[in-house]
Design a protein around this ligand. Structure first.
Ligand code: ADP
Length: 156
């Protein structure tokens, strides 16, 4: 059976940190589904459609990677698509504490699902979607923090 990993997140927007995690996970899994969670309570900066488009463009030539959106629990989405692995990136100890709780809770809900963590490459540690959004709000240049083939102006 194919090893399918789900990389869930809000990706608002997708950054070079996210891109690096996916690229480094490609040799490990048969398929990676980047899953954009629809947040029902929080207003996003980029629309769901635009996030789907910008991420799909990044991996257009990568047959192992697909992009989907989902609502509800990540573990339920994993079950629906026969995935046993959740992929997450770890930047620092704050990420670790938060991710550990979520991974343990997910595993309690669905024991067959494991979360696999990749450490962020050091140069990507300070990169976050939140800071990219702040820079955009003040009209700053974010091109070095997002994948090369995303032209963010097309999505604003
Ligand atoms: P969420 O809203 O679920 O935290 P994000 O879009 O912020 O979603 O992040 C999705 C995943 O990408 C998380 O595992 C997060 O730790 C990871 N991530 C975020 N920024 C980076 C980065 N700069 N380098 C590597 N991984 C990152």
């Amino acid at each position: 059976m194919a090893n399918i990993a789900v990389f869930p997140g809000s990706f608002d927007p997708f950054t070079i940190g996210h891109e690096s995690i996916v690229k480094r996970a490609i040799p490990v899994f048969d398929k990676i589904v980047i899953a954009i969670g629809k947040n029902t309570t929080k207003q996003s900066f980029f629309t769901l459609e635009n996030r789907l488009k910008m991420i799909s463009d990044v991996f257009i030539n990568e047959s192992k990677v697909s992009v989907e959106t989902y609502t509800g629990l990540t573990v339920d989405f994993c079950k629906n698509i026969n995935s046993k692995y959740i992929l997450r990136g770890l930047r620092n100890s704050t990420d670790f504490e938060y991710e550990r709780s979520i991974a343990l809770m997910n595993n309690l809900m669905h024991t067959e699902i494991e979360t696999v963590f990749l450490l962020t490459q050091s140069e990507h540690t300070p990169v976050s979607s939140t800071i990219v959004r702040e820079i955009l709000k003040f009209d700053g240049d974010v091109s070095r923090f997002i994948p090369q083939n995303i032209n963010i102006k097309n999505y604003l």
